[in-house]
Design a protein around this ligand. Structure first.
Ligand SMILES: Nc1nc2c(ncn2[C@@H]2O[C@H](COP(=O)(O)OP(=O)(O)OP(=O)(O)O)[C@@H](O)[C@H]2O)c(=O)[nH]1
Ligand SMILES: [Mg+2]
Length: 482
């Protein structure tokens, strides 16, 4: 048996015990259901960093017959109380009596500390006293957590009732608790159980280091996404521009699908990083703005920069239409329409050009794909990179909103994340920061065949700072200056 600190999460049936376990252990696989009696056996959920178990949470079934169990214990006051609890466990072995009580008390008598969970949405009633009393009989250190499962709020009466029976009492909401709340809980426990303090200090350190590592990894993932998406090109074989024009809708769809795929992969990576292993977009409910389709009108209306801000970050019409004008020189007639459209719509439409790849030109360098295409289908044509100056901002907004939601999300939650629409994060940046980002995006498009180290570094610095500011863990998880 491992000797790491262990916490048995106990309480009345259907009061959010498993939810507290899921959030503390960052484990969405914990069984949580609206109906009572979901947890029937004790299951251990380890909290690990780098393969090393820091502590364990034990999910337990709820008290069912606390009054009767306490009455049995109280029949004999003579010996010490923990011994009497052990006698209780032995006495009913092999019977159908007190199955839940015996199951939940076993890990406590085996050395686990107690996390007693109550539902602050419902009033405290005297009949909870028996549960608390039994827990006292175990002699193990214990902390009480008030978790609210519904709209009612009886937190204060619970706190008063619990304080007379537990040394430490905290409000801990399984659905909204974040990294900081989890660390605070461990800190409180540390003071309660000196024997466990060194192990808990080490656990807190490891968790904070892991939090920093995840954040750095998330920043890298978002940087790579922006680079991959802003430099994306497709190659298509066609004898002339007219043939390309005829395939326009299909090409655009393919191009957009590739971009969606890049974004989806980056999201999955970040979700896995924060141990959210249930893919959210498979749950068809109430999608927040960052989860609408990348090229939906709503996305382009509510994220990225405003028209005026876009104008300010571009160096003028040339920057916007440059790719397209090149293509016109190449003789692609449909691109003339795009170029003129972009030039005319410069003031009114920059933010809404989400549906245009706006650049297709005869591929200058023939890669292996280009050569094989040119053998049987005509000249290879290059589609992309995406020319809309707002594209990088829209993508970055979506990535940051998604990151914030993932990094701050309690693992007990089973609903789909909902955010306020119109969360324009990049639009709220100072003008200088917007210009710098716009400049990096422009460089990426220009360097799409071979992105320079400096461009990558600049982008990484900017994204790292934005991600750091959004980390819901706050300053406690600030990166070490290295
Ligand atoms: N809104 C809200 N709902 C919660 C919270 N915690 C738990 N719930 C809900 O309460 C219900 C019961 O939660 P569980 O975690 O399964 O409760 P339990 O105490 O483990 O239940 P049993 O295993 O049946 O004893 C589920 O529908 C949860 O989603 C919370 O903090 N907020
Ligand atoms: Mg349960």
């Amino acid at each position: 048996m491992s000797d790491v600190p262990r916490f048995a999460v106990v309480g009345r049936v259907n009061k959010g015990k498993s939810s507290v376990v899921a959030t503390l252990a960052e484990d969405p696989s914990v069984a949580i259901e609206p109906r009572p009696g979901t947890t029937r056996i004790c299951t251990r959920f380890p909290v690990e960093v780098d393969g090393e178990v820091l502590f364990e949470l034990v999910d337990t079934p709820g008290f069912e017959e606390a009054d009767r169990a306490l009455a049995w214990l109280e029949e004999d006051h003579s010996g010490d109380r923990p011994a009497r609890v052990r006698a209780f466990l032995r006495h009913f072995v092999g019977t159908q009596d007190f199955i839940e009580e015996r199951t939940l008390l076993a890990p406590i008598m085996d050395g686990a500390a107690v996390l007693y969970v109550v539902d602050g949405a419902h009033p405290f009633r005297a009949n909870h006293k028996a549960e608390m009393e039994i827990l006292r009989w175990t002699g193990r250190p214990g902390m009480a957590l008030v978790n609210r499962i519904g709209p009612g709020d009886h937190t204060q009466t619970w706190l008063d009732a619990l304080r007379s029976r537990f040394e430490v009492v905290r409000v801990f909401d399984a659905h909204t608790a974040d990294f900081t709340d989890r660390i605070e809980l461990l800190r409180s426990f540390r003071s309660l159980d000196p024997a466990a303090a060194p192990a808990l200090d080490a656990a807190i350190d490891a968790m904070q280091g892991e939090r920093r590592r995840r954040r750095a990894e998330a920043a890298l993932t978002i940087t790579d996404l922006l680079i991959d998406a802003l430099t994306l090109t497709l190659t298509e074989a066609a004898p002339d521009a007219e043939a390309i024009e005829q395939r326009r809708a299909a090409l655009e769809a393919r191009f957009h699908d590739r971009l969606r795929g890049l974004e989806r992969d980056a999201r999955r990576r970040i979700e896995r990083l924060y141990l959210h292993t249930v893919a959210w977009d498979e749950r068809e409910i109430d999608r927040p703005v960052f989860d609408a389709d990348l090229f939906a009108e709503r996305t382009w209306e509510s994220l990225g920069l405003s028209d005026g801000q876009v104008l300010a970050v571009t160096t003028g019409a040339g920057a916007v239409t440059g790719g397209a004008i090149d293509a016109m020189v190449g003789g692609a007639s449909f691109l003339a329409g795009t170029a003129v459209g972009a030039a005319m719509g410069l003031i009114g439409g920059l933010t809404r050009l989400g549906r245009r790849f706006a650049s297709a030109s005869p591929a200058q360098k023939l890669g292996a794909l280009g050569r094989s295409l040119s053998q049987d289908g005509g000249k290879p044509w290059r589609i992309g990179p995406h020319q809309n100056p707002n594209f990088g901002f829209v993508l970055l907004d979506r990535a940051l909103l998604h990151y914030r939601s993932v990094a701050g999300r309690a693992h007990a939650r089973q609903d789909h994340p909902a955010l306020d629409a119109g969360d324009r994060l990049t639009a709220a940046l100072p003008a200088e920061a917007r210009r710098a980002l716009g400049g990096v995006f422009e460089r990426l498009r220009r360097e799409h065949q071979d992105v320079g180290r400096e461009t990558r570094q600049r982008l990484h610095d900017r994204v790292g700072a934005l991600v750091g500011r959004l980390d819901p863990a706050g300053p406690g998880a600030a990166p070490k200056s290295d």
